[in-house]
Design a protein around this ligand. Structure first.
Ligand code: AMP
Length: 633
């Protein structure tokens, strides 16, 4: 075993040699000439001059040694389907999809927007894109038309791949009307829409634009599509994420760096070896789905489980039955899912043979100690918290047990991962805080390691201004999270420094929700804050000021308007963004200079001390919120 501190030190101080070694984990069509070009900070280019292909490394590369091994195990408890694809079969399916996309006009560098439920065709579409050098841009299937439209306009896809419907808890959610409306709203019109018909719900077809995948698949049943060798720096995909402004950012990822980072993470962090089975319960619409349902397990020659359904349906043992059946060695989920399971009968966890499982990895939101302790005891397996962001694509903080076994500390996602020069900075001066227990902003010294975002899609300026400009005198990447570090080098994450909240592991910008609520004709002004919640980690709470307060005379009026506002958010952003409550107030707490005191509102909602209020203009505003949320005695 290697000494981890030394391993981490080498990844920074002997960076090029370190990553050149990791780069051997993947195939290169043409070797790279330079490991890292950081001549134009903060833009890092990894494996410059090298040529490779993500799909080749995830699929074709394994045909020689593991063609008949399971690659993709698809399980849907929504449609009661279970389909297994070997690497050979996956290779064939990806080529059928790639040939179809080419027939529909997709070329290298084009974008393909994927608006799909958790079906195997979504995985084929993503791999088909990287196979032909096109960029996929997956939009979470639950997103509403307005959100989808802004993403269509930003990505300008040649083709959109979609399906008739998703399904959640047995309820069918038609996708096609949402997609048609989004295309109607968007300025950019895709040339073609490729529809996967699951037979869940009938849908209208637009003549000349909509294509049926089943017939194209037949047509290209035997078509071979070679991998397009691309530069290591060629973008593989964009994935939108929320920030503090209403406009989502397209996180752009490269090819070579991403492949190397993910391949290395499988052995060093996620402890999964070739031939073993990896199970991530995420969705392809999120970064965890991209990295750890699709690419990393396949790059590692593992089998990956793609699961459509709830963790508690048909019962709370469903995930564990899959662990037993497919001998899952590494499982990856989110604290929110564990909190859901915690409310079920604990016997569900004891029903199945979990002996294959090495560890359960949890990420996406803070893992509170009671949840961690409960699942650790219930499973009798190590629980490994890991901290990262859509932007980084793989963990910033974790325990790298594949390098050296380390002790988990509940409440901490572990230490800085190799390749990441993680620092804690003073919020005001930007100075590095080296002492144990000092609270600062979690920042990363450039260059970001391989696999992290290259830039914001078509907006280099926004990349620099958003992420690299929070410390005036230096170029350093801000995660926008608060953290502290203990004397052993373990970090603890203390929440966001900006207006981003985390609901059930999904990141939402409070500004986005505010913009949506403000578009209601009766609303003059609104503040949205994230409030701690036992189940979801955080929920959004909205406080709105009405243009004409007299429209609310009774409690029933308030409830009716609250329902209207929630419906509006559902329509514009999707149900994920719907606030838990919308309350109506006479005025919002602001500073004398007019800045909304979101943190004070949040503190009041969480029954905490709102802190220094010397700058508040009208203290009664905060009192009104306090009265509203405190139940009458
Ligand atoms: P996303 O880009 O949607 O994955 O959200 C990233 C954000 O989620 C981070 O900036 C953190 O605020 C939060 N987050 C992710 N993983 C963890 C974790 N293990 N512990 C605490 N917060 C986390």
């Amino acid at each position: 075993m290697t000494d981890y501190a030394e391993f981490h030190r080498r990844s920074l101080q002997d960076r090029d040699a370190f990553w050149a070694e990791q780069a051997k984990l993947i195939d290169w069509h043409k070797p790279f000439e330079q490991v890292c070009d950081y001549s134009r900070p903060p833009f890092a280019k990894w494996f410059v001059g090298g040529e490779t292909n993500l799909c080749h490394n995830a699929v074709d590369r394994h045909l020689a040694t593991r063609a008949d091994q399971n690659a993709l195990i698809y399980v849907s408890t929504e449609t009661n389907q279970e389909r297994i694809y070997s690497y050979r079969e996956l290779h064939a399916e990806v080529q059928r999809m790639a040939a179809t996309l080419q027939s529909l006009g997709v070329k290298k560098g084009d974008r393909v927007l994927v608006y799909m439920p958790m079906v195997p065709e979504a995985a084929f579409a993503m791999l088909a894109c990287t196979r032909i050098g096109a960029l996929h841009s997956v939009v979470f299937g639950g997103f509403a038309s307005v959100s989808l439209a802004t993403r269509i306009d930003d990505a300008e896809p040649t083709v959109i791949v979609s399906a008739d419907a998703g399904s959640r808890g047995g309820k069918v959610v038609p996708y096609k009307p949402l997609l048609d409306e989004a295309i109607r709203l968007a300025d950019h019109k895709p040339q073609k829409v490729l529809m996967v018909d699951r037979g869940l719900v009938a849908f209208d077809r637009v003549e000349g634009r909509d294509e049926d995948y089943a017939s194209w698949r037949e047509c290209h049943f035997k078509t071979e599509v070679p991998c397009e060798w691309v530069e290591a720096t060629h973008p593989s995909y964009t994935l939108y994420t929320s920030g503090t402004t209403g406009k989502p950012k397209g996180v752009q990822r490269d090819t070579g760096g991403y492949a190397v980072a993910l391949a290395a993470s499988m052995e060093k962090i996620y402890l999964c070896k070739p031939g073993e089975t990896f199970f991530s319960t995420s969705d392809i619409g999120w970064v965890v789905g991209h990295s750890y349902i699709i690419y990393a397990p396949l790059l590692g020659g593992c089998a990956t489980i793609m699961y459509e359904g709830l963790p508690i349906r048909p019962d709370a043992a469903v995930w564990w039955s899959l662990v037993e059946k497919y001998k899952v060695t590494s499982m990856f989920s989110a604290p929110t899912a564990v909190r859901v399971l915690k409310k079920q009968d604990p016997a569900a966890l004891k029903k199945h043979d979990l002996s294959s499982l090495r560890a359960l990895f949890l990420a996406g939101e803070p893992l509170d100690e009671p949840t961690a302790t409960w699942i650790a005891e219930a499973l009798g397996k190590p629980i490994i918290d890991n901290y990262w962001q859509t932007e980084t694509g793989w963990p910033i903080l974790s325990l790298c047990n594949g390098v050296e076994a380390a002790k988990s500390k509940f409440g901490s996602p572990g230490k800085a991962v190799y390749g990441y020069d993680v620092k804690l900075l003073d919020e005001h001066s930007g100075e590095e805080l080296k002492g144990a227990g000092q609270k600062g902003v979690v920042a990363i010294e450039g260059p970001l390691p391989p696999g992290c975002m290259q830039t914001v899609w078509r907006d280099d300026k926004r990349f620099v201004n958003t992420y690299w400009s929070s410390v005036p005198s230096r170029l350093v990447y801000s995660t926008f999270d608060w953290g502290i570090r203990d004397e052993d080098g373990y970090f603890f994450i203390l929440g966001r420094t900006d207006d981003v909240i985390n609901v059930a592991g999904h990141r939402l910008g409070t500004r986005e929700i505010e913009e949506s609520i403000s578009s209601h004709p009766k609303v003059a002004e609104v503040a949205v804050v994230g409030v701690a919640d036992n189940l979801k980690g955080q929920v959004a709470m909205a406080f709105a000021v009405l243009k004409d307060p007299s429209v609310i005379a009774t409690e029933a009026d308030a409830l009716k308007l609250e329902g209207e506002v929630m419906k509006l958010v559902d329509e514009q952003l999707g149900a994920v963004a719907r606030p838990a409550r919308v309350r109506f107030v006479a005025t919002l707490p602001k500073t004398r200079s007019g800045k909304l005191l979101r943190r004070a509102i949040q503190a009041v909602c969480e029954a905490r001390d709102p802190g220094d209020l010397t700058t508040i203009e009208d203290p009664t505003a905060l009192q009104q919120i306090r009265d509203l949320i405190t139940p009458a005695a």
